[in-house]
Write a protein that binds this ligand. Structure first.
Ligand code: GLY
Ligand code: MN
Ligand code: MN
Length: 456
């Protein structure tokens, strides 16, 4: 009997392997090539992206790792999702990308040759028994990886074994602020293929919201209805795409006043609102980011309606401010103006001036959207938060009012109500196109939509 080899990721409870078994496992396997036509979905768009990056760093070696597996508990890893910059440059998005590295090798005074260092499919020969013994990377444990030549056909990149990479000097993504800024800024404007992917993410998310409304009777009866809702949305996300683009926020009642309520362990009450902030991530790793605040009874109460309609008016004002050439901050300012005036009208604020309304709104009114839910976050201030909007940018507009249950500055009837309305838009030549318009936003629209789904 041979002991578990230290180079293999085996478990102490794995049975030992005899020399005879090792010999037997080494042969007798048919070839299983990938179809010659297999390509990553983004095959046609990645060369232009790499050219843009190359032009920013002439003569410099650029290293863009996919990232490493992270232990969840003992020998169980979290699901792996490659770093967004790596996915954007290579088109590779799968769980099998853990540990792989794209190197942009300088070539001549200007250009670069991209080389992908990867762990190719393990060999099957006597003594090469990782394919059936290695729990972390073995083909019989986690699935087949491409051979080197297959990876070259899939991506159009020259590929080399990971073990030949060593530790070359160069600018390394996630450790080099200038490279990280470039990798964010180059993603600020989406190409048409990316806009299509984002629309797909939005469409699957719309279906997920409909699933949730249909499941409300069951969720209302469950002691942890918020979890039931999270699960229903997650089913749609996992079935249609890679999963959710971020942890689903299923917040009922005063939980909605917690911006990122992901504990989702509350019971639902028919008299309260449900704030659902959720997004499906496509297999190509683009995510939607949509929020609807829904009356669990199917009908808004007068006070719920009052709060909802102020947030809706703020969102309308924000969306109307989107156009190429506008400052990124303009839509937030427009939305906050409406909120501040509304709070002053209600007597919550003395007037609409200053920033005191922020006690009730807490955060910004939107952000870039793409491969990351908060996309392009490493862009320099002057190119993103202090920059101008450009055709092809995709962003969210998501004002909210979060009226804390223990806020003594508020009339009692307003306390404990949280409302956010969040939609995804693409900036066009003249304004912006609402991508998530299939989900109703008005009070009447939501009540009718819920009624139809609950009857159906
Ligand atoms: N879902 C997080 C956000 O809306 O920014
Ligand atoms: Mn958002
Ligand atoms: Mn959101």
């Amino acid at each position: 009997m041979t002991d578990a080899s230290p180079r293999l990721h085996t478990g102490s409870h794995d049975p030992q392997v005899s020399p005879g078994l090792s010999r037997l496992m080494g042969g007798g396997w048919s070839p299983t090539p990938l179809p010659a036509s297999a390509r990553v979905e983004a095959y046609d768009v990645t060369p232009a992206r790499r050219a843009l990056l190359s032009a920013r760093f002439p003569g410099e070696r650029l290293i863009v790792p996919a990232g490493e597996l992270k232990v969840r508990s003992h020998d169980c890893d979290h699901r792996f999702r490659p770093h967004s910059a790596y996915a954007w440059l290579t088109g590779l998005t799968g769980e099998d990308q853990a540990g792989h590295v794209l190197v942009m090798e300088p070539e001549g005074p200007h250009g670069h040759e991209p080389v992908l260092y990867l762990r190719p499919r393990s060999r099957r020969a006597e003594g090469d028994d990782a394919f059936y013994r290695d729990r972390r990377y073995g083909e019989f444990w986690v699935g087949r990886r491409p051979e080197l030549a297959e990876a070259e056909r899939l991506t159009g990149l020259r590929c080399a074994p990971l073990e030949t990479l060593g530790s070359p000097p160069g600018r390394r993504a996630t450790e080099d602020a200038e490279l990280d800024a470039a990798l964010s800024e180059l993603r600020l404007v989406k190409d048409p293929w990316e806009v299509d992917q984002l629309q797909l993410a939005v469409d699957h998310t719309t279906a997920g919201f409909e699933d949730v409304v249909r499941a409300l009777p069951h969720a209302l009866a469950h002691r942890r209805g918020e979890r039931w809702i999270e699960g229903v949305f997650g089913l749609r996300a996992r079935a249609e795409g890679n999963g959710t683009g971020y942890e689903t926020i299923a917040a009922s009642g005063a939980h909605a006043c917690v911006l990122h309520w992901i504990r989702n362990d509350g019971r639902l009450d028919r008299n309260e609102l449900l704030l659902l902030d959720a997004g499906v991530e496509t297999d190509t790793l683009y995510t939607a980011d949509i929020t609807r605040t829904l009356p669990l009874s199917g009908r808004f109460s007068p006070v719920q309606r009052q709060v909802y309609e102020l947030v809706l008016a703020a969102q309308e004002a924000g969306m109307a401010a989107l156009r190429p050439g506008a400052a990124f901050r303009d839509f937030h300012r427009a939305a906050m103006r409406v909120i501040a005036e509304g709070l002053a009208e209600w007597g919550v604020l003395k007037n609409a001036e200053g920033d005191l309304h922020r006690r009730y709104t807490l955060c910004g009114s939107g952000h870039m959207l793409g491969l990351d839910v908060h996309d392009c976050a490493k862009a320099r201030t002057e190119t993103y938060p202090d920059g101008l909007l450009t055709e092809g940018q995709v962003l969210t507009v998501e004002p909210g009012l979060y009226l804390q249950p223990d806020d003594e500055t508020l009339p009692a009837e307003l306390r404990g109500i949280g409302v956010r309305i969040e939609d995804d838009l693409v900036v066009t030549a003249t304004g912006a196109r609402l991508m998530s318009g299939a989900l109703p936003r008005t009070v009447a629209g939501i009540e009718e939509w819920m009624g139809n789904l609950l009857e159906g």
